[in-house]
Each structure stands twice: as C-alpha cells, then as structure tokens.
Design a protein around this ligand. Structure first.
Ligand code: ZN
Length: 377
C-alpha cells in the first residue's frame, strides 16, 4: 500500500514536463521528498488510529432457510489501519453458514479470539460444529479458543439450558461416527484425540440485571446483561478505543405480551446507553397477531419490533442501528408456515418502520456481510 502511494506521488512530478530540465529535477526531487515525508507521517498517524469493523455474518430469519442467507451472527474486528483493523476478531453467535461468510472476509476459524453466544437456539448455534471442527482439522493442537456464554439455567418448566454441555459435546456425533479417531490417527501429533471440544475453553457467567465484564483482552472489554427471549439469553456490549457495539441478540421485553411500554428489552437499553452501534434481531410490526399473519403470539412477542428498536436506539443515543435476523426476510413470500400480510417486505418497509420511531441515526437493514467501519471511511 505504501509503495503504491509513493509510486503515485513520484508519478505526479512527471506532470511538470514543461519546466527546464535541471529545475524539473530539483523540483521533482523536492516534490517526492515532501510527498514521502507527508506520506510517512500520514502512515504513522493512520497506523496508530484505532478502528473497529462490525460485519453481519448472517441475517437469516430464524431456524428456516431463505435465499441463501446465513444464520444469525456478527463479527467484530478491532485494531488499527496498520493491521487492517484485524488484531482482534470476536464472533457473536454462529448460525448456519458462518464459516462460509467468514471465508468471504478472509477470516479463518483459527484467527478468532473469542466466540460469544446470546442463547442456545439452533439458528444461533448450528454453525459452531462446522467452525470448531474445521479449526481442529488444521490447528488441532491448539491453542484453545475462548467460548463465552451464560451458565446453566433451569427453566420454569424444569429443563436445563446448558451452553457448557453444548460446547463439551459439540464433536460427539463425529466421535461416534469414527471420524475423529480416523483423522487423529492420520496426524496424532497435531490433532488431539478428543476432537474439537478439546480445543474449547468455555467461560460461563451468571446473567445479571446490571452489565458485568465477562471477557477482556488488551483494551477490548466485553460486558453482558441478562435479557429475555428464552432462559439463559444474554446481550453483550463490546467496548474498544475506536467505539462500542451492543449485540442485542433476540432480546425482547421481560413482559411477554401487551400491555407493555415497548417490545424491546430494558436491560439491552441500559447496556446500549451511549453505544455507537446497536446490532439487534428484529421483527416487522406487520407480523403482529392482530394483523393476520397467524404467527404464534409467543413467537412474535418475544422479539423486538423494528419501530421499537428505533425508539430504543434514539433513547440510548446510538449512532447506528443494524437490523439483523429480519422476520420476515426481505422478499420472502412466507415466514415459515405463516403468511405475510400485504405480501413480501422490502428494505424500505423495514427502514420506514424504524423511521416511524423518530430515530435519526444511521439505519442498516441487514443483509449478509453488511458492514460498519468506525471511524467512518
Ligand atoms: Zn433467533
């Protein structure tokens, strides 16, 4: 990159061809020197400036597959221009196809520094086996990767939701099939006998009503807060010198049906106060039970509507609202078995739904690989 800029700077002196030859040489040398000094200062300044990139690795509408969209997930990269803003790479949720989307960004499983789960629903987790198994194939002797999620939670109905069991048993089907043993036998020094779970360092925490730091490295800090969707659901905030991002996940209001002030989560709002970017799953208000979609009421009410998210982002003072996990997906004729009153939705329908809230920041109606870069480029 630097060589390319110097080449262009040197090339620009060639425009002075009408000047006398010796003057031309002196002037050209001066231009080149001045350019080089200026460019080096610019390069040093740029390298020292922290930056943050938020990319939606999947925006699919839930468990159903639609039009090749990957399952929900967000990649956060942090660094400085000198390392392409990629010194640290954190993945939040790992839906179907996450590894494929990461490969489009040139990010490989071994390069991730941490993986965070908002909750144990398959649309947010089913790409994890793919990612960690691939990591084990090519980096099978470690180091381990941190996987951060909430501690086991017992539901009111009596079952337990367990991220720790999920990560511990992620390779079991491949162990049972004999594949782990077969690949281990090919390269026993570089692939552990226990498969991908051997390379996972699971860090769990008790979700709380106030933000708590659950992971940090260098000048990056990740906090979490309890939020409502299913038991064990949490939302995260990533704090870096280049800016802050909230990953709401599928959070909705603690009050699971109207009457209530909003469909959004009060805890996510607390977490998001003063954040630069909010990434949040959303549902379009048109899917409400009283509008004819016939969607299960509980499934509608446990998400946040696009309009209420706009209002929350406005109250929180966010600069960007990135909608993801759009229910329904743009252009879909149906959401699973349910109809979409008025027909398929467009990007503008979601944008309008947010704008109704009065939010005047930047609205990103998410598609796979939609990206926000801080500072702005
Ligand atoms: Zn979901």
């Amino acid at each position: 990159m630097k060589r390319d800029r110097s080449f262009r700077a040197a090339g620009s002196s060639g425009l002075l061809c009408s000047l006398g030859e010796s003057r031309l040489n002196q002037f050209s040398i001066a231009i080149v020197l001045v350019s080089s000094v200026w460019l080096s200062i610019a390069a040093v300044t740029a390298q020292a400036a922290p930056c943050l990139i938020v990319t939606l690795t999947g925006t699919g509408p839930g468990p159903g597959a639609f039009n090749g969209l990957a399952g929900p997930g967000t990649l956060i990269r942090y660094g400085e221009d000198g390392n392409d803003c990629g010194a640290m790479k954190l993945q939040f949720d790992v839906g179907r196809g996450t590894t494929m989307r990461l490969s489009q960004l040139g990010v490989f499983p071994a390069q991730l520094n941490g993986i965070f789960f908002t909750h144990m629903h398959t649309d947010h987790t089913e790409g994890f086996a793919d990612l960690v198994t691939l990591r084990w194939f090519f980096n099978g002797a470690g180091p381990k990767i941190d996987v951060i999620c909430s501690a086991d939670t017992v539901s009111p109905q009596g079952f337990t939701v367990s991220c720790r069991k999920f990560t511990t048993h992620i390779g079991d089907a491949f162990i049972q099939s004999g594949e782990i043993a077969q690949r281990h036998s090919e390269d026993p020094k570089n692939r552990t006998a226990g498969g991908p779970a051997d390379l996972i360092h699971t860090i769990t925490f008790e979700p709380k009503e106030e933000p708590q730091v659950v992971w940090s490295s260098g000048d990056v800090k990740v906090s979490a807060i309890r939020s409502t969707h299913i038991v064990g659901h949490v939302s995260y905030r990533v704090e870096t010198p280049a800016g802050s991002v909230v990953i709401g996940g599928d959070a909705g209001n603690d009050v699971l049906a109207p009457p209530r002030a909003s469909s959004t989560s009060a805890q996510v709002e607390k977490l998001a106060t003063g954040a630069d970017i909010i990434v949040h799953s959303t549902i379009h208000p048109i899917m409400a039970p009283d509008k004819g979609s016939e969607m299960f009421a509980y499934a509608f009410y446990r998400q946040s509507t696009a309009t209420d998210l706009g209002a929350m982002a406005k109250r929180a003072g966010a600069k960007y609202l990135m909608l993801t996990h759009l229910i329904p997906a743009i252009g879909a004729e149906r959401q699973g078995p349910w109809t979409i009153p008025g027909g398929p939705l467009t990007e503008a329908d979601y944008r309008r739904a947010v704008e109704e809230s009065g939010f005047t920041g930047n609205i990103i109606v998410g598609t796979d690989l939609a990206t926000v870069h801080l500072p702005l480029q």
